[in-house]
Design a protein around this ligand. Structure first.
Ligand SMILES: *Cc1c(COP(=O)(O)O)cnc(C)c1O
Length: 388
């Protein structure tokens, strides 16, 4: 239950439940919860168990290790692996009732050959424009024939088909046209399969931006990722989707000192104090996932006030300017992401400074940082990966 109070993330499970309700209402269909990459850095165990409590019966992950973890945590719903599983692990998929994405004929056949303990459940992946994984969907090609070839494989049970949007988060006219063409291509593939007597139970395409920006009643389920965690896929999200960020990231003050003008701060002496300043050292660094590119650029919150990061972010520590904050002491909490009083630092703010996206900011918070879960305002569990 207890955890090292050096740097940690607080995860608001009530916000997760609220976000699920909001997204279900907008999507108008069941949600497949995307909990890959340790639930976007939020901790897959805490997130998936809460989602299961909230009635989510379908989960998506990137690989078989993540899928097996969910089974070990007690997730009983469906689990879809979005990415690659070596065919020789076919029987492990079968034993754990994990659904595998099949993205081409060659891979599907290899999986079929490798399975000895029954049928591998599969969803076909259609490439309608992302050019990553999937049968390239185009009229006048063999794509439908190839899919049909897999339908008769004795050790495959193909129960779904899906595609992935590459620019559903953009309102640029040509991106909207492109996404509509992606939907048309998937619809065409589904109807061609139907003409040949194959009716797949599950059809899906929408990611978070697809849920808010596009409608398609033929899709039976929607894959919710970033919005479920209360973050936006981009600024182009239709309507005011009032999702709440789940994650706050905190650390503590470990030293406070006043230094004279002309003092060099940190590695490489990249910051020199222009006047006497009060400096606090904090227990977080790039090894915790606090990007080095935030050096002398980001703010943290202490006692509700913004404090600038001074000089380079070290592996395990940073220095900040607390000249404007009275009564700072060892052990005081500093907020890297989240709210303190009237001030707020978002994952988007750090992403902008670091030249990346909010997805990468939360996924980068390392496993050295304990995840602490709150429900009804109370701490219910702390997970510290670094303690064996
Ligand atoms: C990650 C992923 C999603 C979720 O995307 P968000 O933008 O986070 O909603 C959906 N589908 C696939 C195939 C993915 O890889």
């Amino acid at each position: 239950m207890d955890y090292l109070q050096r740097t940690w993330c607080e995860i608001d499970l009530d916000a997760l439940a609220e976000n699920i309700r909001i997204l279900k209402a907008i999507a108008g269909k069941e949600l497949m919860a995307v909990v890959k990459a340790d639930a976007y850095g939020h901790g897959d165990r805490g997130i998936a168990l809460k989602l299961q409590q909230e009635g989510i019966r379908f989960f998506a992950v990137s690989n078989i290790n993540e899928a097996m973890n969910l089974r070990h945590f007690g997730i009983t719903g469906k689990i879809l692996i979005l990415g690659y599983t070596p065919p020789k692990l076919a029987d492990l998929l079968i034993a754990n009732q994990i659904i595998q994405t099949v993205h081409c004929l060659e891979y599907g056949k290899a999986l079929d050959r490798a399975a000895t303990q029954g049928k591998v459940m599969c969803h076909l992946k259609a490439d309608t424009g992302m050019s990553r994984l999937g049968f390239v969907i185009e009229k006048g090609t063999s794509c439908i024939d190839e899919m049909m070839e897999l339908m008769v494989c004795p050790n495959l049970e193909i129960c779904g088909i899906f595609t992935h949007f590459s620019c559903s988060d953009s309102f640029q006219q040509e991106d909207v046209v492109f996404t509509n063409r992606q939907m048309e291509r998937l619809d065409w593939a589904v109807s061609e399969l139907e003409k040949r007597g194959v009716s797949l139970k599950t059809v899906h395409a929408q990611n978070s931006a697809g849920i808010t920006n596009y409608e398609n009643s033929r899709y039976t389920i929607a894959r919710a990722g970033i919005l479920m965690y209360g973050l936006r896929p981009s600024d182009d999200v239709k309507g005011s989707v009032p999702v709440i960020p789940l994650l706050s990231w905190k650390t503590v003050v470990t030293m406070v000192k006043t230094v004279p003008a002309g003092t060099d701060i940190g590695y490489g002496r990249t910051y020199r104090t222009p006047q006497p300043m009060k400096i606090a050292t904090l227990a977080v660094g790039y090894a915790d996932g606090y990007y080095r590119s935030l050096s002398s650029a980001a703010d943290v919150l202490i006692h509700g006030k913004r404090c600038k990061v001074l000089g380079r972010v070290c592996m395990d520590q940073i220095m900040v300017d607390v000249s404007g904050v009275s009564e700072v002491a060892i052990g005081d909490v500093a907020t890297l992401i989240g709210r303190d009083g009237d001030e707020r630092i978002t994952a988007d703010e750090l992403a902008d400074i670091a030249g990346t996206i909010n997805y990468e900011v939360v996924c980068s918070i390392s496993r050295r940082v304990p995840r602490v879960y709150f429900q009804n305002g109370e701490k219910i569990e702390a997970i510290d990966y670094s303690v064996q």
